[in-house]
Write a protein that binds this ligand. Structure first.
Ligand code: NAD
Ligand code: WQD
Length: 338
């Protein structure tokens, strides 16, 4: 069975493609390289020893998408393609709305026309906004967003619900990722942000490499044991494996289902720095700064629905996440050199 992966050259998609190939699926991928390069596809082929049918194109190009789905005889789509920088989405919201919303609508139209109605969608814990109850469950936590990026995820989730209500022959798995970090253990693929990283672990990785001077801890006055923010960090390979389980689930015609993909365990910023120090074998300097606007104190998942219904659970611990992140960063100080 062949799966189309949109945004296939990206961080989470590249790890997912490896696991799809390992599980015996064939893969076609599309990416416009707005945040990636061909190098990740080459490395995925190297690691897996298998070929991917790759298309450099934008998911807003309807005819191209249609041709790919027909020519490749696609049976299911995993839809990763999207812009994802929270801060950038506040300064250029229209670009986010066009890319993420129009891109997704175009993809859904083509899938409907080609009668391919099996979809896994990359959503985010960002749709929970500032959750009042922790751990966060899919059903009982109200949804809200605080920035245009998050709004695109919530709007797409709502579009998918409407689409499913209109036509129950769709099978849709909405996966809400918590904080993906780490890299493939080969050190060949990993996260390669442009410029100075916005997210904690890619930033720490650059401090560990000596490329950035010190870590800025955004706030130590939260209502948490050490005062710093707590998140549910999940190894990207565990996340990738969750997609394989979701694709398997779609073959049982489940309709529309939503799953949290997290570990269920929260770590503070200082705990992450400490674990990264163990992984890289050096002290990492940090300063305490003001809170980052829009940040919340605590977020971690109740991932039990994914365990019950998909038979999936994260296996890789925080040591492995930091170790694999550092291996990738040390082997590729300039990332893919894109
Ligand atoms: P990424 O930027 O590495 O991957 C996204 C890929 O999509 C990139 O390769 C980019 O070039 C491509 N792309 C973007 N717009 C496109 C378009 N119009 N047409 C074709 N390709 C396009 O990001 P990632 O971290 O791998 O995230 C993948 C998905 O998961 C995104 O939808 C993101 O919003 C979501 N997500 C990510 C995180 C996270 O922390 N990394 C958390 C929750 C959800
Ligand atoms: C984690 C913790 C920061 C950087 C973001 C998006 C979310 C999702 C995942 C896509 C927080 C602190 C950070 C730094 C710090 N992405 N921090 N110094 O904000 O939980 O989630 O990525 O869907 O939508 O918002 O992740 O890694 O940026 O921050 O102290 O230099 O680290 O305050 O407590 P976040 P993050």
């Amino acid at each position: 069975m062949k799966v189309l992966v949109t945004g296939g050259a990206g961080y989470i998609a590249s790890h997912t493609i490896i696991e799809l190939l390992n599980a015996g699926y064939e893969v076609a991928a599309i990416d416009n390289f707005s945040n990636s390069s061909m190098e990740s596809i080459r490395r995925v082929e190297k690691i897996s020893g298998k070929k991917i049918s790759f298309y450099e194109a934008d998911i807003q190009e309807k005819d191209t998408l249609c041709d790919i789905i027909i020519k490749e005889e696609i049976k299911a789509v995993i839809h990763f393609a999207g812009l994802k920088a929270v801060g950038e989405s506040c300064s250029i919201p229209l670009k986010y709305f066009r890319n993420n919303l129009v891109g997704t609508i175009t993809l859904l139209e083509v899938m409907q026309e080609c009668n391919v109605k099996n979809l896994v969608f990359s959503s985010s814990a960002t749709v929970y906004g500032e959750a009042k109850t922790i751990p966060i469950t899919e059903d009982y936590t109200p949804l809200s967003v605080t920035n245009p990026y998050g709004r695109t995820k919530l709007m797409i989730e709502e579009m998918l619900q409407d689409l499913y209500r209109s036509d129950s022959s769709w099978n849709i798995a909405i996966l809400r990722y918590f904080n993906p970090i780490g890299a493939h253990e080969s050190g060949e693929i990993g996260e390669d942000p442009n410029g100075i990283p916005n997210n904690l672990v890619p930033y720490i990785a650059k401090v560990a490499m000596g490329e950035l001077d010190h870590i800025k801890v955004y706030g130590n006055d939260y209502d948490t044991p050490d005062g710093t923010g707590i998140r549910d960090y999940i190894h990207v390979v565990d996340l990738a494996l969750g997609h394989i389980k979701a694709i398997e689930k779609l073959s049982q015609n489940p309709g529309l289902e939503i799953y949290n993909l997290g570990t269920g365990v929260g770590y503070s910023v200082l705990e992450i720095i400490h674990n990264y120090e163990l992984a890289c074998g050096k002290k990492l300097p940090y300063t305490i700064e003001a809170r980052r606007p829009g940040d919340i104190a605590v977020s971690y998942a109740d991932p039990s629905k994914a365990f019950r219904e998909l038979g999936w659970k994260a296996e890789r611990d925080i040591h492995k996440m930091c170790e694999d992140s550092y291996r990738w960063q040390s082997k590729n100080p300039k990332g893919y050199g894109k």
